[in-house]
Design a protein around this ligand. Structure first.
Ligand SMILES: *[C@@H]1O[C@H](CO)[C@@H](O)[C@H](O)[C@H]1NC(C)=O
Ligand SMILES: *[C@@H]1O[C@H](CO)[C@@H](O)[C@H](O)[C@H]1NC(C)=O
Ligand SMILES: *[C@@H]1O[C@H](CO)[C@@H](O)[C@H](O)[C@H]1NC(C)=O
Ligand SMILES: *[C@@H]1O[C@H](CO)[C@@H](O)[C@H](O)[C@H]1NC(C)=O
Length: 408
């Protein structure tokens, strides 16, 4: 009996253990199941919230576009951006020119009228087909993010003081009312052998400090200004996918940046917008004595297409991308602003004349009161020419508690 009881007890206990075991396993699996479920749910939730975040991100964008009917941001809808990106699928992602080796096109030597040209023109014609050179200083990070206004200033290696003064005054990189402003200087190499070694080292140091210099391996000369133009357009097309506006100008101008922001915010539709001091029906100068003399071999037509003075003009980023493509279809022309007018003509975009851009109008002239009148500068967008000491003085005056009447 006892044995049976103990046996039964043993059986009972072992059965209990089994039950316990099964129960425990059941419990464990239940716990695991709920754990897995919870995890699954939470991950679902996470992806949902992510989706919601993305949606609100998009909604925000749309709202932004809607809310600000005549604002900076309206112009480029998502579709337009996509269009721009798909327009040029074969775009390189980096500066792809590695060799400066470009030999003269000697077949020009036998063309009619070549020998009677000035040496500058000869040089230009012989090297006209050498369009792109390697980049020596690059800043791909400059417009990697969204930039609202990119200030692009043509400069030469020796004009350090002009760049410095611009950085200290109107060209300071900053954010105004949420608008992101960046600056870049465009340079070639020195045309003078003696300058090259010393100044190049200084320039490298300057670039190390300010990180705002693009330099290419072509000689900075009057006739190579067009090279600077197309190098910038190519560079911009590669590196600046998300830049809204570009101000491009010389290093001896005064630029009223808040006024530019005001201008683009007030514009109804700034698509294909190119504005500046525009000349209509300008003609090539045929007097041999002029600095701007253009022989008929180079340009046969009587008039130039409308073009804006290179001293300072404004265009929208997407237009700059298109301009790059348009300029690629043309032979280089030695006058950079005229050349840009030709590219605009290819696109059938008419540059707009605006009185606040004074790149030809105001000559630096003692008799002209306007050159010394700060209220005048407050009304304008670009004023040519202002050298460093004057620029600093004018900057101080404009930013003082100046009282200006509305009309001038
Ligand atoms: C906002 O913009 C979208 C797309 O541009 C448009 O379909 C919608 O009607 C706009 N809403 C308002 C309130 O303007
Ligand atoms: C430049 O190119 C020419 C012909 O294309 C070649 O003969 C010459 O060796 C090249 N020079 C350099 C420095 O690469
Ligand atoms: C060199 O000049 C000739 C005559 O103008 C032209 O036909 C040819 O295409 C040019 N070659 C290059 C490489 O640009
Ligand atoms: C332009 O730059 C290139 C490269 O440095 C040079 O070979 C050429 O002579 C320059 N052209 C003019 C017209 O100065």
């Amino acid at each position: 009996m006892e044995i049976r009881i103990t046996n039964i007890l043993k059986m009972y206990t072992s059965k209990r253990q089994i039950y316990r075991c099964i129960g425990l396993m059941f419990l464990l699996s239940a716990v695991m199941f709920t754990l897995i479920q919870i995890e699954h749910m939470s991950s679902q939730k996470a992806s949902q919230t992510k989706r919601i975040e993305r949606q609100t991100g998009m909604e925000k964008e749309v709202n932004l576009q809607n809310n600000s009917a005549n604002n900076f941001w309206v112009k480029f809808s998502t579709e337009q951006r996509m269009e721009l990106l798909t327009e040029r699928p074969k775009e390189p992602t980096t500066w792809d020119i590695v060799s400066s080796n470009c030999s003269a096109n000697l077949s020009f030597l036998s063309t009619e009228g070549f020998t009677s040209l000035d040496s500058d023109f000869k040089q230009f014609m012989l090297y006209q087909h050498c369009r792109y050179f390697p980049i020596l200083m690059n800043h791909p990070e400059k417009c990697a993010g969204a930039v609202d206004l990119l200030l692009v200033i043509k400069s030469v290696i020796t004009q350090y003081d002009r760049r410095e003064v611009i950085r200290q005054t109107w060209g300071k990189e900053k954010t105004i009312d949420g608008k992101n402003i960046k600056i870049l200087f465009l340079l070639g190499t020195s045309s003078n052998e003696g300058e090259r070694a010393n100044h190049q080292k200084l320039l490298e140091y300057e670039n190390y400090i300010y990180e705002d210099i693009l330099q290419w391996d072509f000689m900075d000369s009057f006739f190579n200004l067009t090279l600077k133009e197309i190098h910038f357009l190519k560079w911009f097309s590669i590196f600046c996918k998300n830049t809204r506006y570009i101000f491009k100008g010389d290093d001896d101008v005064f630029v009223n940046v808040p006024k530019i922001l005001e201008y683009v915010e007030g514009g109804k539709d700034l698509k294909d917008h190119f504005v500046g001091d525009v000349l209509f029906k300008a003609y090539p100068i045929r007097h041999k004595s002029s600095k701007y003399y253009i022989p008929k071999v180079l340009y046969k037509k009587n008039y130039y297409p409308p073009y804006a003075g290179g001293g300072g003009f404004l265009m929208d980023g997407p237009l700059a991308h298109k301009l790059y493509g348009a300029c690629e279809t043309l032979q280089l022309y030695p006058i950079d602003d005229v050349f840009l007018g030709m590219c605009l003509e290819v696109l059938q975009v008419k540059p707009i004349h605006h009185n606040a851009f004074k790149t030809f109008g105001i000559v630096r002239n003692e008799a002209s009161k306007m050159n010394r009148e700060p209220c005048f500068f407050r009304q304008l967008i670009v004023v040519h020419k202002l050298l460093p000491p004057d620029l600093i003085n004018m900057w101080r005056l404009i930013n003082s508690d100046l009282v200006c009447s509305k009309k001038l």
